[in-house]
Design a protein around this ligand. Structure first.
Ligand code: CTP
Ligand code: MG
Length: 229
């Protein structure tokens, strides 16, 4: 069984809601609750740790999670959660991706649990744009081979030992995801393809997209999404 760390301690500068992004409502609930519910309904997650903005703990009322104070950067928030995670497998997920499902958590955890040579499994999506490398002079220096590119998302699942080692020796300030720290520490990380949409709420228009996707999914996967915590 795994521990999930939901990182919800960001301030949501780009969303500009005037408060923590994780508390902004999506489909009738504070955004972070969707991820906590999905953890609760995962058959492989036994404990959910929620990293919240310092001083905001009482605003996060969901009973299903252990609440810890996050840090100034995303990696510091993950590290705060990691301190109270005791299981061999640890799942990291952004509260800003409320469309995660129990099935997605379970698929990533199963992929890691089933391969003893792996230190981590990330959920990723094939890149549909053509990606250019552009220099500071604005000139394109290279077109990357799209067939080998995937965009990293969350959840990302790791053996706790590998993640603790990667965080202890890693450059936390510049890491943009957790897997990059494990990779830098020599860990083996596999990517599994994301089966459906799991967009991140970053900008105000992302809220419209996520609301529309939630509305469309109603009736198809209602049993766990409409259940209370
Ligand atoms: N996060 C966190 N602690 C931080 C920064 C980010 O737990 N110090 C979390 C966010 O709550 C979010 C996820 O990491 O669930 C991805 O971060 P991002 O989308 O950048 O969210 P914010 O940092 O809140 O947004 P912004 O960068 O626009 O301020
Ligand atoms: Mg941020």
């Amino acid at each position: 069984m795994a521990t999930a760390i939901i990182v919800a301690a960001g301030s949501g500068e780009r969303l500009g809601a005037g408060g923590p992004k994780a508390l902004v409502e999506v489909a009738g609930r504070p955004m972070y609750e969707w991820s906590v519910i999905a953890c609760e309904d995962s058959s492989r997650i036994e404990r959910t740790v929620l990293a919240v903005p310092p001083g905001e703990a009482e605003s996060f009322t969901v009973a299903a999670a252990v609440v810890v104070e996050g840090g100034a950067t995303r990696s510091e928030s993950v590290a705060a959660g990691l301190e109270v995670a005791e299981s061999d497998i640890v799942v990291i997920h952004d509260a800003a991706r409320p469309m995660v499902t129990p099935e997605l958590f379970d698929a990533a955890i199963s992929a890691l649990a089933g391969d003893p040579d792996l230190d981590g499994v990330i959920v990723a999506a094939p890149v549909s744009d053509t990606v250019k490398q552009v220099g500071p002079d604005g000139l394109v220096s290279r077109t990357l081979d799209r067939s080998e590119l995937m965009a990293a998302r969350t959840p990302q699942v790791f053996r706790r030992e590998a993640l603790v080692k990667a965080f202890a020796g890693g450059d936390l300030a510049s890491a943009t995801d957790d897997a990059s720290l494990v990779e830098a520490a020599g860990g083996r990380v596999a990517a599994i393809e994301l089966p459906g949409p799991n967009p991140k709420v970053t900008w105000p228009t992302d809220l419209d997209v996520v609301e529309a996707l939630f509305a469309r999914s109603r009736g198809r996967v209602p049993d766990w999404r409409v259940r209370g915590c």
